[in-house]
Design a protein around this ligand. Sequence first.
Ligand SMILES: Cc1cc2nc3c(=O)[nH]c(=O)nc-3n(C[C@H](O)[C@H](O)[C@H](O)COP(=O)(O)OP(=O)(O)OC[C@H]3O[C@@H](n4cnc5c(N)ncnc54)[C@H](O)[C@@H]3O)c2cc1C
Length: 334
Amino acid sequence: MFSLRAFNTFGIEASASQFVEISSIEQYISLRQSGEFAHLPHLFLGGGSNVLLTKNQEALVVKISIPGISILKEDADYIWVKGGAGVVWDEFVQYTVDHGWSGLENLSLIPGTVGAAPMQNIGAYGVEIKDTFESLEALNLQTLEIEVFDAKACAFGYRESFFKHAGKGHYLISSVTFRLAKKPTIKTSYGAIQEVLAAKGITQPSIREVADAVIEIRQSKLPDPKEIGNSGSFFKNPTVSASEAARLISENPGIPHYPVEGSTDVKFPAGWFIENAGWKGFRRGDAGVHAKQALVLVNYGQAKGEEILALSEEVKKSIKDTFGVALETEVNIL
Ligand SMILES: Cc1cc2nc3c(=O)[nH]c(=O)nc-3n(C[C@H](O)[C@H](O)[C@H](O)COP(=O)(O)OP(=O)(O)OC[C@H]3O[C@@H](n4cnc5c(N)ncnc54)[C@H](O)[C@@H]3O)c2cc1C
């Protein structure tokens, strides 16, 4: 038995029957061909920052540590940069920012790995990876052949992709390629980026200054998993129809809401509902709702995954009963 506590940012104690760390796709193919772990299901982990372990894993846990950043090609306007699945996401982002390549700066400091980023089309501060995504390589777990997916094949949506649905459990993502701009396309309209830049007297920010502003905001707002176990936003922000949105706005004057690109649907911040239903700062045993960020469930130390899951179900029921809104879980429950 192998403890997974150090391999999930919730800091949940759960074991794996077997554990291996791979640094190349060939290593995983040989392992499969050897048949050594054929009796167990295989579970892939990157940084463990988007999972909640609710039980011991009767599985071979494969920690993906495939390294490498390379330039595939470039032209006058763009550069195509490929990252190995095990590269730490923020190291990849800072590498591109340091080189002056634009597109990922708003996604600074998101925990996890390059290989997991397409799983839920990670996003923050008005940007999602789909905006600069070129393609990814993934091992088909049945044929053991590498397949290439473009953005269309990945079927990206808000915190969604093919790999969370029809492709679930069928692929190991081995690398991801982004097409980044040589001429910066600055996006500062979302969240507090403009305020932070203005406070520093910056009116024409460089991508480094945008990245640094995002890092500063994230460090001040989000709990650091090294200090308190969590997996970031536990729930997705709910998207509802225009008529449902009209009801919510008339019943809850002042409720924040945002248009959804290319649709008449409206998005509401899940954290607003959780906070206004009185859950912010709630704690039972070591499971809780963060005191500053109601969207983040936390482990104060010894919480079990089942306790966090039970709390999330209670929160969901309460939001449904109070506001008539169904919250969806963003974190992968294992
Ligand atoms: C403090 C904090 C803040 C966060 N902020 C954000 C945010 O702003 N925006 C956002 O979108 N997310 C955010 N997250 C969530 C998380 O950072 C992302 O979802 C990240 O992409 C997860 O990467 P990981 O390597 O840790 O994935 P893991 O948690 O290890 O895995 C996630 C899922 O992907 C699968 N998987 C992992 N790697 C591979 C692979 N190579 N091939 C196939 N399957 C794989 C796993 O089996 C699992 O189902 C935050 C998390 C934390 C803790």
